[in-house]
Design a protein around this ligand. Structure first.
Ligand code: XIL
Length: 493
């Protein structure tokens, strides 16, 4: 989707905080239910009539993400319990939620989701330990070795609490830029080795959980960012940095829809010796062919272990105005649901190690042919084409709303509407962020600037707006205070 996100100090400094965190955490316990194991794959069984049953036939899972507020939403819980066997917390296990103040860990919100999920037979993906967004506020005041130590202490503190409980951890989230180099961030500024330090720390903290790198816009094999992440994983594998999986977020928008080479991307990562998973799938207007295609690509790659959608119903989605999920606001499954269910049931490969008996695998081994080509990047957001306009010019208006906010930032959305009678051929919205706020991610638009007055112009696919048409773009902001940005202007060429 979109345009969105030194040597480590030894752990001596962090130990004290870790112990303190352990004491605080002791009052809040996670369920003692052991990590559930998957049912054995059996492709000869009857087709599944739910997403999880259909996925389990081939040893895979079908997951969803939920926020803590959904624990009081029976409509959500009913579908979750019926259809899903893996759960991710939307925000509750992120660094700002689990360590709001240095050395003070708070697992209550994460545990509530965890406990609900495991008591309903699900496994849980941990999301996430180190990220440029949704950081604890105190990280903003740290840099260099102090920030590096804080990251290590954070990983140790959180992973100690969930040790032995989770199936996967997204250890590092969104560390690459669109051009395939590292994203600049305060963590990156601590030294290029911050990612491997995070993984080595995680491995020592909980040797049993699978450790993943997670990112968006890495679905298209020919895209520079995909190649950048691929090269890092390849390097980690060559040097023995512990990494078990790559999560492809699979947020598909009008500008980064399902690429034709998605299966090649999955099999190429898998050939490095990691599991792959689709971790946050959502597709603009739930395009049936894209949901079908993304599912089929996963089913065709033995080490593609499962798919998670980022929410269940459109009303749960962080991209709610794009109606991107498999269930509508009335909890009815969409056509895309049926397409996904059928594609899961049509799987012809099983996840290695899940077949019965284990000694007679029926799965196709992963391709061992490493990719040889590194094609040039194909950016998903190119400058708008400006077809000749006809009639009266369009009139651009921009309306801001806050979708969500938390201790260290917020998610915003701007609706760009054409109130004129002609067509709007491209638009640019200028916003002013309050002091201390930094833009972290933008999607469905292309930003210039990250602080103060920023501008966001249309992406390649949403610049043309007919009379009365509208579109939205979204963004994440890291902030010390969550003052909403001011809309300065909306202009069109
Ligand atoms: C999103 C949540 O869904 C929103 O509630 C929050 O406002 C912002 O973060 N990539 C990720 C997820 O890895 O953590 C993000 O979740 C969506 C993009």
């Amino acid at each position: 989707m979109k345009d969105v996100p030194a040597q480590p100090r030894r752990r001596t400094g962090g130990r004290t905080r870790l112990l303190l965190g352990g004491v605080l955490a002791a009052a809040i316990t996670v369920s003692s239910v052991a990590v559930a194991t998957l049912a054995h794959a059996d492709l000869s069984g009857p087709p599944g009539t739910t997403l999880k049953a259909a996925a389990e036939r081939s040893g895979r899972y079908f997951g969803a993400a939920m926020g803590g507020d959904r624990l009081n939403d029976n409509g959500f819980l009913t579908i979750a319990n019926r259809e899903f066997d893996m759960m991710t917390a939307v925000n509750e296990m992120k660094p700002d939620a689990t360590e709001p103040n240095q050395g003070q860990f708070n697992f209550s919100a994460g545990d509530a989701i965890y406990n609900w999920a495991v008591s309903h037979g699900m496994r849980v993906r941990g999301h996430t330990l180190a990220w440029h967004a949704q950081q604890p506020r105190f990280w903003a005041n740290l840099s260099g070795s102090a920030l590096r130590s804080a990251m290590i202490s954070h990983i140790n503190g959180v992973m100690a609490h969930y040790k032995g409980k989770l199936a996967y951890w997204d250890v590092v989230n969104e560390a690459f830029a669109e051009n395939g180099s590292r994203r600049s961030s305060n963590l990156q500024a601590t030294g290029n080795d911050w990612i491997e330090v995070a993984f080595r720390t995680a491995k020592a903290a909980d040797p049993g959980v699978k450790l993943c790198y997670n990112d968006y816009n890495i679905e298209n094999w020919t895209y520079a960012k995909t190649q950048g992440v691929y090269n890092m994983i390849s390097d980690f594998k060559a040097r023995g940095v512990p990494i078990d999986c790559v999560g492809l977020q699979t947020h598909f928008t009008g500008g980064s829809s399902l690429p034709g080479n998605f299966q090649q991307t999955l099999s190429s990562f898998a050939a490095l010796g990691v599991d792959v998973a689709l971790t946050e799938a959502d597709v603009t207007n739930a395009a049936t062919n894209q949901y079908q295609g993304l599912t089929q690509a996963c089913m065709n790659v033995p080490r593609c272990v499962g798919i998670t959608t980022w929410g269940i119903r459109d009303s749960d989605s962080w991209r709610g105005s794009e109606n991107p999920l498999l269930f509508d606001r009335n909890s009815n499954p969409k056509a895309a649901y049926t397409a996904v269910l059928n594609a899961l049931n049509a799987a012809s490969t099983t996840v290695p190690g899940t077949t019965t008996p284990p000694s007679t695998p029926t799965s196709t081994p992963p391709s061992s042919t490493p990719p040889t080509s590194t094609p040039p990047s194909t950016p998903t957001s190119t400058p708008p084409s400006t077809p000749p306009s006809t009639g009266e010019p369009g009139a651009c208006t921009a309306t801001y709303r806050t979708v969500n906010s938390w201790g260290g930032g917020y998610q915003g959305e701007v609706t760009v509407a054409n109130n004129g009678s002609g067509t709007l051929n491209g638009w640019t919205v200028r916003l002013t962020l309050a002091a201390g706020q930094t833009l972290a991610n933008v999607w469905n638009g292309v930003n210039t600037g990250t602080t103060g007055t920023i501008s966001v112009r249309n992406a390649s696919y949403n610049g043309s707006l007919g009379a009365n048409a509208s579109t939205t773009f979204g963004f994440l902001v890291n902030a010390s205070t969550n003052t909403a940005p001011g809309v300065v202007s909306c202009t069109s060429p």
